[in-house]
Design a protein around this ligand. Structure first.
Ligand code: GLY
Ligand code: MN
Ligand code: MN
Length: 452
């Protein structure tokens, strides 16, 4: 298994540098201020694990907190400036190594680097001369104040011949369109995240047996992610046995897996801040009951129909509509819905078993950025390089008005699909999902403890 590449990021200036160039080009004579994420306090002296802001990371590859990237492409002297923490041997004993100001230009390809404490003093000069400021207001109050103060200071230069920004633009307008279209280096990272997810899901399948706790399965999955080089999960893992699977965002994971039930596992590894998002559902004992199998086969058919729609030129909602139609037809065939298909779809009667949409963009964020529409109610079209999840499901709640034998069955199947110029490419497609493959792998491994 290849090693994690996180440490190499500091040397990988090329992809981030070229993204920055493309973004700077789009800025024209504007100036962009892109801050790193803040720390989040957990309690007392403890913080939540730090996770870099995705826009900042996309443009820098830099994972430290307390940093700001300023891009002012028409500023001849300093078109790209990184503000960051200074080296501090005493602090680094406590909280880890820092890149520091001196090394930053070489490592990140910026023209200048300054201590973060100098941001308020230096920002006004970087704003002067730019008619437009690209800054995402309302995310970080402290940074908002710093930027507003700098704008005021820039205005004071007007009588001396300076110009202050006259328009204020959300940088995501440009940046999120860029992030939506994945480059080869990004897709390579998503493949690594997918490979780690495969290791985790397969280990979980092998370990599954009645009596195991949901949280044990969670721990097994996440151990394998780390062992495969992932630094984190892309979102909290859902391990839902039996009717817990009908609770869409169940992630307490505190129940026992029971013989005769299914277990739904929605969990994805994150590699160098790139996500994967995978759901598999399998029988705890290794054998589907006829009802479980009927629901499972239907969800799988809906997923196949959805994946077929991830093609250039197809609207980005077409795969949801394809999945809904397949599910609706199947539910009617099973006797769980009745009436004309078009009417059931029109009235959204299927939603009592399928209340969510069929997927979302995925990239640095698990629910990634990018517009879904090009005008009101008009969905944009797929283009090569876009990656979406395709994740139909069916959830028959224990109190549903259906014969008892269907109650409590919850199934979702989710893969990450790359739109290419040719066939859709399933990045997570080698994780078992055919009934035969699942029945063969489930319970086939040894466990370090016996389950009583
Ligand atoms: N795991 C989050 C989602 O499937 O959207
Ligand atoms: Mn998911
Ligand atoms: Mn998803």
């Amino acid at each position: 298994m290849t090693q994690p590449v996180a440490r190499e990021l500091y040397r990988m200036t090329t992809p981030y540098g070229s993204r920055r160039d493309a973004f700077a080009h789009a800025l024209g004579d504007g100036v962009a201020v892109i801050p790193a994420a803040r720390h989040a306090s957990r309690n007392a002296d403890t913080e939540y694990e730090y996770r870099q802001n995705s826009d900042f990371y996309y443009l820098t590859g830099f994972t430290e907190p307390e940093a700001v990237l300023v891009l002012a492409p028409r500023n001849e002297k300093e078109p790209s400036v990184l503000f960051l923490r200074e080296r501090d041997p005493e602090a680094e004993i406590w909280t880890g190594r820092r890149v520091g100001v001196e090394a930053a230009p070489g490592q990140f390809g910026v023209t200048a680097a300054y201590p973060i404490a100098e941001l308020p003093k230096r920002l006004p000069d970087l704003l002067v001369g730019s008619p437009a400021l690209y800054y995402g207001l309302g995310v970080n109050d402290e940074m908002d104040r710093t930027v507003i103060t700098a704008v005021k200071a820039a205005r004071h230069t007007v009588r001396r011949g300076g110009t202050a920004p006259r328009s204020y633009v959300e940088p995501g307008n440009i940046l999120h369109e860029m992030r939506l279209h994945k480059s080869d280096d990004e897709i390579a990272l998503m493949r690594r995240a997918a490979a780690a997810s495969r290791a985790g899901h397969e280990a979980a399948m092998r370990a599954t047996r009645p009596g195991l706790w949901e949280y044990e399965l969670e721990a097994i999955i996440e151990y394998e992610y780390r062992a495969a080089g992932a630094q984190d999960v892309a979102y909290p893992s859902i391990v839902a046995g039996g009717s817990n699977a009908t609770i869409l965002h169940y992630n307490t994971n505190r129940d026992r897996l029971r013989d005769g039930d299914l277990v739904l596992v929605d969990s994805g590894a994150e590699v160098d801040l790139y996500a994967s998002d995978v759901t598999r559902t399998w029988p705890v004992s290794g054998r589907f009951t006829p009802e479980q199998r009927a629901i499972y086969d239907l969800v799988l058919r809906a997923q196949v129909a959805g994946i077929e729609e991830v093609r250039p030129g197809r609207p980005v909602d077409a795969y949801h509509r394809a999945a809904v139609r397949t599910l609706t037809e199947g539910l009617r065939d099973l006797g769980l819905l009745s009436g004309a298909i078009d009417e059931i779809i029109e009235k959204e009667e299927y939603s009592k078993f399928y209340p969510h949409r069929t997927g979302h963009y995925i990239g640095i964020d698990v629910h990634d950025v990018g517009r879904y529409t090009e005008a009101e109610k008009t969905f944009r079209k797929f283009e090569p390089g876009m990656v979406v999840t395709v994740e139909p499901g069916l959830y028959v709640r224990p109190d549903a008005d259906v014969p008892d034998r269907w109650k409590g069955i919850g199934v979702r199947i989710e893969d990450d699909i790359l739109c290419t110029a040719g066939e859709p490419e399933n990045l997570t497609g080698d994780i078992p999902k055919d009934v035969d493959a699942l029945e063969a792998i489930v319970g086939s491994g040894v466990l370090v403890r016996s389950v009583t």
